[in-house]
Every structure is written in C-alpha cells, then in structure tokens.
Design a protein. Structure first.
Length: 323
C-alpha cells in the first residue's frame, strides 16, 4: 500500500465507532506444549499461528480453527521468541542454547544456525524485506544477521543489561531495542548507529518494545506495570496504559488494528487486557488462562487474538470479536 493511502486510511474513522468496545470470546484452546508458552505470532498471510515454548519446540497451528499442524524441533534448550518472514516461507527462533535458528516453514527443516551470542538469545525479528534478522541477548548485545549466508553483519554493544526486545520499523530502516537497563534505543539499521535513546523518568526495566504499524510510534512495556506509547521523533511519551500487572516477566504487547484500534497485552494476573488506544481505558479483559499470560498476538486482518501462558497452564487460546 502506498504510504499516502495508508496515512489517509488511518485518518478516516476506524471500522468500529470510537465508543464501541470489543467483545472477544474464547473460541479455541490449543494444548500440546509441555512447558511455558513463550511466544505466539500469526503468519503475515493470516493462515497460521506459530508458537514457541520452554519445551524447546516450535508448533504450527491453523489460525482460524486452531488445528495442530506440526512441531519443529532442533533447539537444545527452551525458546524465548519466534517470528515469520514477510513472505510466510521462513521462521526464525531465539533460544537459551545461544543460537538463532532459521527454518523452512513448509518442510520444518533448519536452514541455518546463527551462532555468536554468548548468552541466552531472548528476541528476534526479520526486517520487512526478510533479508536481515535482528536478535537480542542476555549478553547485552544486538546482532544483525544476513539471512542468505547466515553470517553476522554487525554486533551492536546496545545495552548494559539483558536485551528484552528488538523490532524493525515498516521500511526496515530503523531498529528499536529495549533492555533491563531501563532504556529503549533506536538504531540506524544499515550503519548500526544509535540515533535516539528513550528514557523513562525513574528508569524501570523495559521488558518489551515495538514500532506501531505506521512506524510513527513506539509501544514500550516496563516492569512497573505500565505501557507507554512514544512519539519517537520527539522522544516524547504520548499515552500511558495501566491496570494490568507486570513486574516480573517480559510480556508481549500489541497494536490491534483489524477492527477498532486497541492495545493488547498479557498480564501477571492471568488475564489479557485490551485498552482503547486513544482514550487509554481498559475496554475488555479476557479470562480463561490459569497462569501468567506471557504472550499475545493480533491477527493481521481478522479480529482474532492469540494468547499463551506459563507452565501451570501451557495452553494457547484463540479469541474472536465482532469489532
């Protein structure tokens, strides 16, 4: 989509009136992982859901019917993150075995093992062109990898504590990273230069960060049970979302833009929280998990949320809404 048309589309009224609230209900519970579910992501084409777990496995499920498709094995220790290439053909995973692995989605075969991190790899992401992977680690560094060759292109001495999240913006020119050191940093993807540092006043550990779909904003989570929306060009926090509990785990947060404009996050009180992006009010909480909800994902085109939970639960839940 051309940039202008997307900007215009965003200015138009959302499909749901501003006063509407979502009505997510539980549709499917996906059981199969034998330990905590650490990451869930919908494929860019919307057909599949991938999950990663402390049980060392990646699992693929049908996004619409929750049907189990296959398991992908190869990591020696638990997996913290998994992501899709933009053409739905490749998967990338980050593990406590210090490896980033690149997988062929169709065959489930490991294509490359990217070695270089000296401690647990905690997060990974493809750039939109899917020719570069970024990974962040407990070794406090961020690495950029060439997908084709599997070679490390750059190592950024990014933070002074473990790196909790990494994400490319929509044209792949920028990377945002977050860390327990209390900082979010924005990097030039080609030069590896740090362009900006976002600092919270009292410096709580930053447990998650990502760019908004239009690339203008950054959503960050901190371990004082707070989500913030930043205008990163001004390095200014615009909105704060609270009400959930997040003091211990690196819980994923999301923009939901398929219907109404929501912010979605898991929580340490076993609920999924949904906020109105503009008004900042909690518009729905989803009850059903029996342990901390560590990861959530929002479907690219339908009003579907996936959520995954820690080891007392081990399930993934699929929720659907009319708005």
């Amino acid at each position: 989509m051309a940039k202008d048309s997307e900007e215009n589309a965003e200015k138009k009224d959302s499909k749901a009136p501003a006063s509407a609230k979502p009505n997510y209900t539980l549709k499917y519970t996906l059981a199969g992982h034998t330990k905590a579910v650490s990451s869930v992501k919908f494929s860019p084409d919307g057909n599949f859901l991938v999950s990663a777990s402390a049980d060392k496995l990646i699992k693929i499920w049908g996004a619409y019917d929750g049907k189990f498709e296959k398991s992908i094995a190869g990591h020696k220790l638990g997996i913290s993150d998994v992501c899709w290439s933009s053409d739905n053909h490749l998967l990338c995973s980050a593990s406590d075995d210090k490896a980033v692995k690149l997988w062929d989605f169709e065959t489930g075969k490991c294509l490359k093992t990217l070695m270089g991190h000296t401690n647990y790899v905690f997060c990974c992401a493809f750039n939109p062109q899917s020719n570069v992977i970024v990974s962040g680690s407990f070794d406090e560094s961020v690495r950029l990898w060439d997908v084709k060759s599997g070679k490390c292109l750059k190592t950024l001495p990014a933070h002074s504590e473990p790196v909790s999240a990494c994400h490319f913006n929509r044209d792949g020119s920028l990377i945002v990273t977050s860390s327990y050191d209390g900082l979010c940093r924005i990097w030039d993807a080609s030069s590896g230069q740090c362009l900006k540092t976002l600092i919270n006043v009292d410096n709580p550990p930053v447990s998650f960060v990502k760019f908004s779909p239009n690339g203008k904003y950054i959503l960050s989570a901190t371990l004082d049970s707070t989500l913030k929306l930043w205008d990163f060009s001004k390095a200014k926090a615009l909105k704060t979302y609270s009400g959930h509990r997040n003091e211990k785990y690196c819980i994923f947060a999301n923009f939901s833009v398929s219907g109404g404009k929501w912010i979605v996050s898991g929580s340490e009180d076993n609920l999924v929280y949904i906020w109105n992006l503009q008004s900042r009010e909690v518009v729905q909480t989803l009850e059903g998990h029996t342990d901390v909800v560590l990861c959530t994902a929002c479907h690219p085109s339908q009003n579907i949320i996936a959520s995954g939970s820690l080891e007392n639960d081990k399930t993934i839940k699929l929720w659907k809404s009319d708005v």
